[in-house]
Design a binder for this molecule. Structure first.
Ligand SMILES: C[S@@+](CC[C@H](N)C(=O)[O-])C[C@H]1O[C@@H](n2cnc3c(N)ncnc32)[C@H](O)[C@@H]1O
Length: 192
């Protein structure tokens, strides 16, 4: 089976070009993106959170799957990196870009929970896991990727991943599925 997505968000070629120019190698790959779009589409009018905007590839896929009433908040520490997503996707009224440390944002946020949390940076994944999981609505989804060895990640990445997976396994309020596919994903659905 060829699992290459046949449909790409319209903004993706420009985002890729900017990533090449900037030497940014951490954008989500297309298979992950196609899953993000499908999960976003599964929640009409959904509330979606992305931790780690990067240049905006994941943001573009999420927006592509969302319906007109859905809303996305995406949080990024680096304003230079996030500026590309703001420039190319910021006209879409469904997305709110936040430039802040993800951990500080998670500690401060006291709004409504989310139907989909894509935790694609350290906070919400390797730190602040409980805070991120607490924001997932019942029946909502917590998704992480880059669980397989990745370029540009610290040497202790594999150990951090093992610890994270063990911690998620202990959670009785989430049903987890590991996907040895794309960059290595885990999807957890809140049951209680
Ligand atoms: C894997 S990339 C995100 C890729 C993006 N989500 C995508 O789908 O293409 C991780 C991003 O997290 C950002 N980051 C690193 N530390 C952070 C922090 N403490 N809070 C928020 N973002 C952070 C990095 O600058 C980087 O852009």
């Amino acid at each position: 089976m060829d699992d290459t997505p046949s449909h790409l968000p319209a903004s993706l070629p420009a985002l890729r070009q900017r990533a090449r120019e900037a030497g940014f190698i951490m954008s989500s790959e297309d298979r992950t993106g196609s899953l993000l779009a499908a999960l976003a589409a599964s929640h009409p009018g959904g509330r979606i959170l992305e931790l780690g905007t990067g240049l905006g590839a994941g943001t573009a896929w999420l927006l592509d799957g969302m319906d007109r009433d859905a809303a996305l908040i995406t949080v990024e520490l680096d304003p230079v990196v996030q500026a590309v997503g703001r420039e190319l996707l910021g006209a879409d009224r469904r997305v709110t870009f936040v430039t802040e440390d993800g951990g500080a944002w998670l500690e401060r946020y006291d709004g409504a929970p989310f139907d989909l949390v894509f935790a694609d940076t350290w906070p919400g994944k390797f730190t602040h896991l409980d805070e991120a999981l607490a924001l997932v609505a019942p029946g909502g989804i917590y998704l992480i990727d880059d669980l397989l060895p990745q370029p540009g990640r610290p040497e202790d990445h594999a150990r951090s991943v093992r610890r994270l997976l063990a911690e998620l396994d202990r959670r009785e309020d989430f049903r987890c599925v590991r996907l040895d596919w794309s960059s290595g994903l885990l999807m957890a659905v809140r049951t209680g």
